[in-house]
Design a protein around this ligand. Structure first.
Ligand SMILES: [Fe+2]
Ligand SMILES: [Fe+2]
Length: 398
């Protein structure tokens, strides 16, 4: 459907603004495609209107059911872009100016672009529902609330978040993993982890619920790189294991979000759908690039317990790759710590005791103990910092 294709192209253009500078062909191409998708839509509808409320994207008066896995509606809603109306004479320049305003709201909420935007009459009107034909900007008010402070703390990792969403979108639409982007996320997370450990781990507990898969991928990658380094392995392993961790749940990108975040018991059918994600992920990774064989192995093995339980069932008992053992511990930690729609994140100490109890049963004993000592060391450091910190910071890795 043309409306769905336009929204997908629009958010790809927003992502390209995160990834590339203004003159980069990747960004210019994404902008041109978004405009082309708009022209196509206008062949049948000269004045399209969109509404974003909660998880729902509505085109004119029709909810867009075709946009499975497209999780931007809630983000637009949150920053006050709830209604968008596009005039027939809209040019590509108008569309780019609109995207620039939305981009600032999403990623630079403290930038006040209202002064310049009010001067120009735009052919794209947007705002909050109920304030038709009038610009509405939700400005970041100075506030000391915990939620605001947390939101600010997450901002430094927005770019990686956008890149991971881009990777997931590509897998959803093409079935292929964009390897260059995945590798660049790992490089950048590794740099952030060493340069500013205090801002990296906050994501562990601050995942916005609608971005569960993205945030989980980043958290597990960061924890895996930290633990791999803690175990004394070299830089090549740290990067390779980090990349495998980033992609470990890629088999989930095609599972409907409602199933992934469903509160309460899953039906047998839903459970079996979720349990296919290791095999599905390994297949996607392997078919994308055979150089990613370690990542494919980790995707396949990350839910297998060392006593043979878990899934998928191995046909004969064999040891899993050390990268899978590391990712398994980090995955469980983040899964329990994350706030999900159906529960609060579990307390840090409770998760550590679960991991301790699982050492030698679910988790490789040495790796589980190394994880515990890394986390405890990191807590000690966090407690001794003079700056009051909302959250623990990463261990200072040497
Ligand atoms: Fe998984
Ligand atoms: Fe996972």
């Amino acid at each position: 459907m043309a409306a769905g294709r336009f929204l997908t192209a629009l958010t790809k253009a927003l992502t390209s603004m995160q990834l590339y500078g203004a003159q980069h062909p990747g960004r210019q191409g994404a902008m041109a495609q978004a405009y082309e998708a708009l022209r196509r839509l206008m062949e049948t509808d000269v004045r399209p209107r969109f509404t974003f409320i909660g998880d729902e994207a509505i085109y004119n008066d029709l909810p867009l059911r075709s946009l499975r896995g497209w999780d931007w509606a809630a983000r637009f809603d949150t920053v006050g872009v709830q209604r968008v109306e596009i005039d027939p004479e809209t040019t590509q320049e108008d569309l780019e100016a609109f995207l620039g305003e939305v981009y600032d709201l999403l990623y630079h909420p403290t930038v006040d672009s209202s002064v310049t935007s009010h001067r120009r009459r735009s052919t794209i009107r947007w705002g909050a529902v109920g304030i038709r034909d009038q610009r509405y900007q939700q400005k970041a008010e100075p506030s000391d609330s915990l939620a605001d402070a947390r939101r600010r703390a997450v901002v430094p990792l927005m770019e990686e978040g956008a890149a991971v969403r881009f990777i997931h979108d590509e897998v959803r639409t093409t079935g292929q993993i964009p390897l260059l982007e995945a590798e660049s996320v790992i490089r950048s997370l590794s740099a952030a982890m060493h340069a500013e450990p205090a801002v990296v781990l906050p994501l562990v507990t601050m995942a916005p619920v609608d971005q569960y898969l993205t945030t989980h991928a980043i958290n597990v990658a960061v924890l895996t790189m930290a633990l791999t380094e803690w175990l004394g392995r070299g830089a090549a392993d740290v990067r390779a294991f980090g990349l495998a961790a980033l992609l470990h749940d890629i088999g989930k990108v095609r599972i409907p979000t409602e199933v992934l975040v469903k509160p309460g018991r899953l039906t047998d059918q839903e459970l079996s759908l979720i349990r296919q994600h290791p095999e599905e992920g390994a297949r996607i990774i392997y078919e994308s690039d055979t150089r990613l064989d370690l990542a494919a192995t980790v995707a396949y093995e990350h839910h297998i317990w060392i006593d043979g339980r878990g899934y998928p069932r191995l046909l004969f008992a064999r040891a899993c790759h050390v990268a899978s053992l590391i990712v398994h511990v980090c995955d469980v930690y983040d899964a329990l710590a994350s706030v999900r729609p159906f529960r609060e994140g579990m307390a840090h100490d409770d998760i550590l005791s679960i991991i301790e109890q699982g050492a030698g049963v679910e988790f490789d004993a040495d790796i589980a103990l190394a994880f515990l000592s890394m986390m405890r060391r990191w807590e000690t450091r966090a407690a001794s910092t003079t700056e009051p910190s909302l959250l623990p910071s990463l261990p200072q890795l040497t």
